[in-house]
Write a protein that binds this ligand. Structure first.
Ligand SMILES: NC(=O)C1=CN([C@@H]2O[C@H](COP(=O)(O)OP(=O)(O)OC[C@H]3O[C@@H](n4cnc5c(N)ncnc54)[C@H](OP(=O)(O)O)[C@@H]3O)[C@@H](O)[C@H]2O)C=CC1
Ligand SMILES: O=C(O)[C@@H]1CCC=N1
Length: 270
């Protein structure tokens, strides 16, 4: 499949990097990017062809992945509309509904909405997918195969659930990195070198994730196994409870979900 990315920023880079790591032929990937700095970065990092314009020849490809910011999608869609002739359009924009994108593209039928995440760069991503009912099976398979190359794929039947996917796994890596930043900070405050704090923190996340993934028990039980009576973890968790950390995280993730809905409402009215 020949793929054109429109927008070559953070998420497009993660997808392209993951695809190339899986031996996807770079010659089949083209990136349209208006930002000169990002365009150069993509060209040097991945060796794929780049350009600044949407035009026939670039767009007559099997798959077009829209990877601009949600606020930029309307303009891109309006430029793209006259160039479409049956290609599969995959939009990764948070919040933007397929019905609105279809309207901007002149009642276009072949749209899949995707919500990937940045670990796609190392093929450890996870992507939620939703297809307009008019998308043909072969195109759904193509979308699955592209996103499967960079991680796990999960189709949802109701498009609204993609806003939940956005709040959990789309934004999720940032929550994890935030927690890591806190652990690293304390490690250094307590006298470890940055490298030691980094090794301890990363291996702790990796080990905990692998343990949770391989265990049949739920994460609450796994947590209780770390928490020795009268020990250190108990004190740390007590402090977290007192500071209402879990509820703060719950509220924060709900806010991400609401923001996705809000972007869909606001930008969808264009
Ligand atoms: N980052 C993430 O983890 C994830 C992001 N997403 C979605 O992916 C999309 C991109 O996000 P992200 O990569 O973070 O954003 P970036 O800003 O890093 O990337 C978007 C790029 O597209 C460029 N661009 C803007 N207009 C055009 C145009 N008309 N033609 C070609 N290129 C254009 C931008 O240029 P300029 O900088 O000059 O505006 C920018 O370089 C968003 O819709 C986001 O919701 C989805 C899942 C995860
Ligand atoms: O922050 C954002 O809006 C995008 C969507 C999910 C991750 N990044």
């Amino acid at each position: 499949m020949n793929i054109t990315f429109v927008g070559g920023g953070n998420m497009a880079s993660a997808l392209i990097g993951g695809l190339l790591q899986q031996d996807y032929p770079g010659a089949q990937i083209h990136v349209v990017e208006i930002n000169a700095e990002n365009r150069e970065k993509i060209k040097h990092q991945f060796g794929v062809t780049t350009g600044t314009e949407l035009r026939a020849g670039i767009i007559d490809r099997d798959v077009i992945i829209l990877a601009v910011k949600p606020q930029q999608l309307f303009t891109v869609a309006k430029q793209l509309a006259p160039l479409l002739a049956g290609q599969l359009v995959i939009s990764i924009a948070a919040g933007i509904r397929t019905s609105d994108l279809s309207r901007w593209l002149g009642s276009y039928d072949y749209i899949v909405r995707a919500m990937p995440n940045t670990p796609s760069l190392i093929r450890a991503g996870v992507t939620g997918l939703y297809a307009l009912p008019t998308v043909i099976n072969q195109q759904k398979e193509n979308a699955t195969s592209i996103l499967n190359a960079v991680g796990l794929v999960l189709w949802v039947e109701q498009e609204a659930l993609l806003d939940a996917v956005t709040a959990i796994s789309g934004s999720g890596p940032a929550y994890v990195f935030y927690f890591m930043e806190a652990m690293l900070q304390v490690g250094v405050e307590l006298g470890l070198s940055i490298e030691q704090a980094r090794q301890l923190t990363l291996q702790t996340f990796l080990g905990a994730v692998q343990l949770a993934g391989q265990s049949e028990e739920d994460v609450g039980i796994l947590r209780s196994r770390v928490t020795s009576k009268g020990g250190t973890t108990e004190q740390a968790l007590l402090k977290m409870e007192q500071e209402d950390i879990k509820n703060a995280i719950v509220r924060a993730v709900h806010v991400a979900f609401k923001r996705a809905q809000q972007m869909g409402d606001e930008l969808g009215s264009l």
